[in-house]
Design a protein around this ligand. Sequence first.
Ligand SMILES: C[S@@+](CC[C@H](N)C(=O)[O-])C[C@H]1O[C@@H](n2cnc3c(N)ncnc32)[C@H](O)[C@@H]1O
Length: 162
Amino acid sequence: MPLPCFSGLDDALMSYLFGKKRATDIAHMIGDTVIDATCGNGFDTLAMLNLVSDDSHNGCVYALDIQKDALDNISLLLEESLNPNEKQLVKLFNICHSKMENAVPRNASVRLVAFNLGCLPGEELEVVECFAGRLCVENWICCKLHMFNRPCAPIPIFLYKR
Ligand SMILES: C[S@@+](CC[C@H](N)C(=O)[O-])C[C@H]1O[C@@H](n2cnc3c(N)ncnc32)[C@H](O)[C@@H]1O
């Protein structure tokens, strides 16, 4: 299967390296049916919705969070920010992302699964790195962007399925 073509992604990655874009700006560029695996207060979900929503209303964002409070917060944000048609494109689930198979239909054509683990992912980062390092090179391109002289910058990790 060919690599999905994300128009403008090359330029965006360079802009990130040169400090002109934030890590989250890159994550917000990729569209279609998408999953926000850690939706929190919903800011990433809204950005992802902007990528997938068009007049056909075929796009969809599945937004998951393990915290009930987060679901309450995102519900408020969606209520304030979206019209009824747009709201229908966001499906909220109060579940752990390990259970996403229960939320997302098996035949959905998912283009992106985003995990925003926050500023201090700690052990989660190690687990993700370990997982990515074991994916088969024939099927996956895995990389991380670590800014050596910006120790507080987020560390975006990209796992592209070929
Ligand atoms: C940094 S916040 C995400 C920010 C959010 N995307 C936004 O735009 O506001 C991390 C979120 O991950 C959620 N989370 C942590 N572990 C999770 C898990 N196993 N499954 C789903 N959500 C999880 C937390 O509840 C928290 O809301």
